[in-house]
Design a protein around this ligand. Sequence first.
Ligand SMILES: Nc1nc2c(c(=O)[nH]1)N[C@H]1C(S)=C(S)[C@@H](COP(=O)(O)OP(=O)(O)OC[C@H]3O[C@@H](n4cnc5c(=O)[nH]c(N)nc54)[C@H](O)[C@@H]3O)O[C@H]1N2
Ligand SMILES: Nc1nc2c(c(=O)[nH]1)N[C@H]1C(S)=C(S)[C@@H](COP(=O)(O)OP(=O)(O)OC[C@H]3O[C@@H](n4cnc5c(=O)[nH]c(N)nc54)[C@H](O)[C@@H]3O)O[C@H]1N2
Ligand code: SF4
Ligand SMILES: [Mo]
Length: 703
Amino acid sequence: MESRTETHCPYCAFQCGMTLVREETADGPRLTVHSRDFPTNRGGLCRKGWTAADLLTSPERLTTPLMRDRKDGPLRPVLWDAALDRIAGTIRATQEAHGPAAVGVFGGGGMTNEKSYALGKFARVGLGTPNIDYNGRFCMASAAAAGIKAFGLDRGLPFPLEDIEKADVILLVGGNPAESLPVMMQYFEEQKRRGGRLIVVDPRLTPTAALASLHLQITPGTDGALGNGLLNVLIQQGHLDLDYIARRTTGFDEVRRTVAAYWPDRVERITGIPATRITEAARMLGTAKSVMILTARGPEQQSSGVDNTLSFINLALALGQVGKPHGGFGTLTGQGNGQGGREHGQKADQLPGYRKLDNPEHRAHAAAIWGVEESSLPMPGLSACELLAALGRADPELPSIRVLLVMASNIAVSAPDVSRVQRGLRALDLLVVSDIFLSETAAMADIVLPISQWAEEEGTMTNMEGRVQLRRRATCQPDGVRTDLQVIKAIADRLGRGAYFSDDPRAVFEELRRASAGGVADYAGITWERVATEDGVFWPCPDTGHAGTPRLFAESFPTPNGKARFNPVNHRASAEEPDQFYPLYLTTGRVLSQYQSGAQTRRVAALTDAEPGAFVEIHPGMARNHGIRNGDRVRLVTRRGDATLTARLVTTIRMDTVFVPFHWGGEGCANLLTNPALDPVSRIPEFKVCAVRVERADATLRH
Ligand SMILES: Nc1nc2c(c(=O)[nH]1)N[C@H]1C(S)=C(S)[C@@H](COP(=O)(O)OP(=O)(O)OC[C@H]3O[C@@H](n4cnc5c(=O)[nH]c(N)nc54)[C@H](O)[C@@H]3O)O[C@H]1N2
Ligand SMILES: Nc1nc2c(c(=O)[nH]1)N[C@H]1C(S)=C(S)[C@@H](COP(=O)(O)OP(=O)(O)OC[C@H]3O[C@@H](n4cnc5c(=O)[nH]c(N)nc54)[C@H](O)[C@@H]3O)O[C@H]1N2
Ligand code: SF4
Ligand SMILES: [Mo]
């Protein structure tokens, strides 16, 4: 017997279509990934997608709840009822003693829309706590805040992927899709084949930058100065679309005054990019027929992430490109449901449909759908890093979280300044983690709940274009495993709030449609059947007769006056700059063969063979100064702590910068080093810049 199911890859925001084939064999079901002609990936998959079926049959799969009786005791198998009873009992006791806000929830952008929605509702209606946030705060928060400020709306790409191929010039700032969204490269390659040009801004000559017509090898943390500098030159050269600026935007004069101070020589001094290259890039942008500007985590994961992003949005607006064919501004969303996961209420300040928790009308709408009093809904709570800083806190003057439920995130690896986060996790009265595997965070939990994964359940996922797609069930889940929706409902049941929750994904989606109706991210017209038959539907889609909205902003912007807003921004130095003790920049990011905290991909043999362990990229010139050879063990030291990794000498990185991917826990964990300094608006941490010192790992011994 063989069954074929059309579904999507479990990993990144490209959400490639794939066909999963399930065969019965003497040793149990065998699952294999096959190509599928879906409009976005057009049959393509990267090596993570091709090997994704290994996740389903992994021997490391969790299949029973685990619990420890005392903090220093071992995790032991336990029945579901015992685990759920203890969770509900501890929540109740904690909230009675310390108030509802002492229970926190941490979600993830890999979860389906239904789970994200249910988790946000569970925090507000099931627990009555304001304190829910999620790992998208580490990821899309700066781009989201900037998009809302400028356009009144945050959708990763406000145009379909196919527009990339027809753009004349693309400016890609701090993104490395050749490794982070590999299947997307076919669009950039086609754009190049048609005569288009690509400018890449990155401190490293990445595989993506290697394809570019122009690579601007920027000093980490200086993107805002570059954005302003490019606009300065465009103004000098008279390349603005004054008619568009007058008709479709507000606030340009103040931006013009601000960028007047960013002349090319000064920007060269700040960014390390030669002034001639800045002028050359501006000339390419200014003379292009269409310009597409894309940002990714490079400029966004900084303490000036929102302003950096705004400086590039200003550029796209001044060129009159936003809402024009084959042009505009977009940001490359990262996680599988990084888009949908940030629309329906997992965020500390948010209600479904991108409504706001502090807006009385929005609160009334959500409360009516949920059948609760508006006054019972909490106000906005702590954002992710602030929530993690409050774990087990003793200071009675400040918020303290004593019970934390984690669903779909491995914060013990992926949060900044991770030793502090681990201390907080240990100080909790109760840590509950739902996961597929015993992730580093699950291994620290008091209770671990085994969860069904992508191809074992149904749900909708929204890709980086805002296209709502269907994740279909291709195989059954192992005995002993439950879905996240079942877990949410089971805890709510025990708290006497079960009537508000369903564990059926389709029923939850129906409720999400109503809850999002009239909101910015309006799913009201998107039905399960349409998602299945139409290769996905783009939001906003206000009614079932509506075709969906692949292209936004063609006529107007969803702001009160219909115009986009320019926002004047200035370059701000990173929270921590190199000095005599920590003389280099540390930046962090991704490699092709590992995904995120590695909880999933480190369990796939082919991926671990390709990328076996933590490493640091160092320029050979810098390595020589420290007596470091390729393959040596080195220690990196920052003000937060130190990590020991293998040196990889590469000429593709700036001399003053080292790069560490964050896919591993243990002594090579990048986040032992990173700075939890936050952007004041988006509250994103500064993963992309801090000051570091490099030593040979045996250096201290030799002293
Ligand atoms: N293989 C793989 N793919 C993934 C993921 C994964 O873990 N592995 N994760 C997914 C997720 S959640 C996300 S968010 C995306 C992220 O996708 P990307 O944003 O493309 O990935 P990163 O590697 O984090 O950062 C991109 C680039 O920013 C550069 N950079 C560092 N500092 C700076 C700076 O100060 N300025 C500028 N301009 N650039 C800088 C880095 O050198 C890096 O090449 O990838 C998604 N896809
Ligand atoms: N230094 C540094 N740190 C970073 C970044 C960086 O660039 N540099 N990038 C940041 C970014 S952009 C992101 S998005 C975060 C990501 O960091 P994490 O939030 O840690 O992401 P994952 O490793 O994907 O963790 C997801 C976990 O949930 C499990 N899981 C998967 N699907 C489900 C599900 O449906 N339900 C449940 N219950 N569990 C599931 C997986 O097994 C895994 O353990 O890392 C951030 N951390
Ligand atoms: S590009 Fe992303 S969605 Fe596509 S196969 Fe690779 S990891 Fe999966
Ligand atoms: Mo991300």
